[in-house]
Design a protein around this ligand. Structure first.
Ligand SMILES: Nc1nc2c(c(=O)[nH]1)N[C@H]1C(S)=C(S)[C@@H](COP(=O)(O)O)O[C@H]1N2
Ligand SMILES: [Mo]
Length: 406
């Protein structure tokens, strides 16, 4: 964050929010003065995140949770990972916010104010799993460039908004429409106003699903700034990069959207498995669509000492992109034998599912508990790292925690 730019643009009210209290002598503060309390922005305060979150990058901001922080059924803001590709927009005036529908395949290009979107279309609420395509990247070998996410770039919050389908129907789309692409108000790190940090999208079939929302609320409140205030596209079950934050334009395309980070190795993987480190032709790369089956043991915390008891209640969540999870199992003998967990139905399609189990240990000592989910088509999580790809996407290997029975 450029310090001068920061004071020039940030309002007193915004400063007070970040500082956590009003600046009493604000009227005596020299022009362009940056209060000491803002000179090293504290991301935990700035984004209202729990101190246990891990900062992976500050330009742009990237922050992940740890498995045990994700124990809530519905992820609260304080434990939600942040993945920014550019600079967060500043000074958002919601009364002036608009969403424009345009593109080759829209019948009537249209601009809606936020108030119009809210009053004209029916509201819907869904719990939606959003996982970064690069979650788990840190385990790849040879290492893949990018944020070294471990397991915490996933969330399942409750999103409220209008259906993208209803808005597309209102503007009308032509029969040659194949894709939608989003554009957001965040700016490129280089400062070049002509460059977009990211502009991705989904095929029309995904755009038209009931659960694909233009959301204006998260967990019953305005969406926090870091997560796309005041309007966000939410495409549950797909790489979270398709869920455009701070969205102000949706283009209806007659071809696969060609925005920033739609091509090359961005959010694309070899269509067929390749040997680690291989060079892959552009034409042999496929866009990641539905995310693979995965799970997380969120209780207990890895490294827990369990006293004077030989049973332990474990719990966590499992998800499988567009599919439901049909089975959840655990192992305490490094994957040699598996036992079933009790698994709940999702709150709605594309929401993660909660599991729990009571684990018995034969005697005191060190153990690892491994979790394995299987999707409705019978596909299970791999025990070890799945297919290598240049950018380290889609690591859905079994999650494991260490426990000591003492
Ligand atoms: N406008 C905009 N939308 C965006 C991004 C971004 O940088 N800018 N990052 C994307 C990526 S890569 C991910 S993983 C998710 C992260 O969502 P979150 O920060 O709300 O957890 O937002 C997506 N939407
Ligand atoms: Mo992402």
């Amino acid at each position: 964050m450029n310090r001068r730019g920061f004071t020039n643009k940030i309002s007193l009210a915004a400063m007070a929010t970040v500082l956590g209290s009003d600046i009493v002598f604000a009227h005596r503060m020299p022009k362009d003065y940056l209060p000491l309390g803002l000179q090293d922005p504290d991301p935990f305060k700035m984004f209202s995140k729990d101190k246990g979150m891990v900062v992976l990058n500050d330009k742009p901001w990237n922050m992940e949770a740890k498995a045990h922080l994700l124990n809530d059924d519905i992820t609260p803001n304080k434990f939600m990972f942040i993945r920014n590709n550019g600079r967060t927009p500043e000074q958002i005036d919601t009364s002036k916010w608009t969403l424009t529908l345009d593109g080759e395949s829209v019948k009537n290009a249209k601009t809606y104010s936020l108030a119009e979107l809210k009053s004209k279309f029916q509201h819907h609420t869904y719990q939606l799993t959003l996982e970064c395509g690069g979650n788990g990247r840190s385990e790849f070998n040879p290492p893949a460039k990018g944020n070294q996410w471990t397991v915490g770039a996933v969330s399942c919050a409750e999103w409220t908004g209008v259906r993208l389908r209803d808005v597309l129907d209102d503007a009308g789309i032509n029969s040659d429409a194949v894709y939608i692409g989003y554009h957001g108000a965040d700016t490129h790190l280089s400062g070049d106003p002509k460059k977009e940090p990211i502009s991705r999208g989904v095929p029309i079939s995904k755009a038209m699903q009931d659960e694909t929302l233009l959301a204006f609320a998260m967990n019953g409140e305005d969406i926090p700034l870091a997560h796309g205030h005041p309007l966000r596209l939410v495409c549950g079950g797909w790489p979270a990069s398709t869920s455009g934050k701070w969205v102000n334009r949706i283009s209806v395309r007659n071809k696969v959207h060609d925005g920033e980070k739609m091509g090359g190795t961005s959010y694309r993987v070899p269509c067929e498995t390749v040997a680690p480190g291989s060079k892959v032709e552009d034409s042999d790369m496929c866009i990641i669509e539905s995310m693979p089956v995965k799970s997380l043991i969120t209780y207990p915390k890895s490294g827990a000492l369990i006293k004077q008891s030989q049973t332990l209640n474990i719990n966590g969540h499992a998800w499988a992109g567009e599919l439901e999870v049909s089975k959840m199992e655990y192992s305490i003998d490094f994957g040699s034998t598996w036992h079933s967990c009790s698994l709940k139905k999702p709150a709605n399609r594309l929401a993660w599912q909660h599991f729990n189990a009571t684990v018995s240990f034969p005697k005191k000592g060190y153990y690892e508990v491994w979790g394995r989910a299987t999707d409705a088509k019978g596909k299970a999580q791999p025990m070890v790292l799945p297919g290598w790809n240049p950018k380290g996407y889609l690591n859905n290997a079994c999650h494991r925690i260490a426990v000591k029975i003492v």
